[in-house]
Design a protein around this ligand. Sequence first.
Ligand code: PLP
Length: 222
Amino acid sequence: MIIRERVKSILEKMPLSVKVVAATKKRFPNEIVEAINGGIEAIGENYVQEAEKKREEVGTLVQWHLIGHLQKNKVTRAVKIFDIIETLDSVSLGYAIDKESRKINKIMPVLIEVNSAEETGKQGIPLSEINSLIEQLLPLEGIKVVGLMTMGRLTEDPEEIRPDFRNTKVAFDRIREMYSDKLEWQYLSMGMSDTYKIAIQEGANIVRIGTAFFGQREDKEI
Ligand SMILES: *Cc1c(COP(=O)(O)O)cnc(C)c1O
């Protein structure tokens, strides 16, 4: 019940143009159902196997987003269950997704994950490499690049993440202009529980919220 109320109160204040993804790693199916009862229409999972189990129970009336890093050996399973993959970060992963999607006659929507803070060891490609990745993905028929996703830097003070979001939005707008006739460019996914308000101010139209809906995470086996 508490989850439902938290979800409702956050959704009430959300601009209509923003899609809210509930980040549900390590949450139980009954918790996810509560969030759906509060109005959630999209679920974000980090791990393929965990998502497979929960999708069986929760169903497909909601959208399933992959928001965690995708390993090559999980691509076949991922393209089966996800409606969008938010974490494309290499050409080779793009090729693998394309191949598996075509096998099941699917055109998989993907977001390119950018390492907007340019921190070493972080997931995602540098902002400067977005164009060349898009060029290589354009000919692929099993994949459709529809936007960008970023985490931004890890900070104590949420305000410090603003430049990362701003730089990502600049790149997002630039790509839209350059590829207006070639891409259905629509989504900019940035912002989590502590930072989604800043992300929306900076132009995000997807936010991924976990803790603010479900409370602090415990390490439990799903
Ligand atoms: C866990 C997670 C979130 C949500 O984080 P909270 O701080 O719990 O809101 C968003 N995006 C990704 C990729 C995540 O792994």
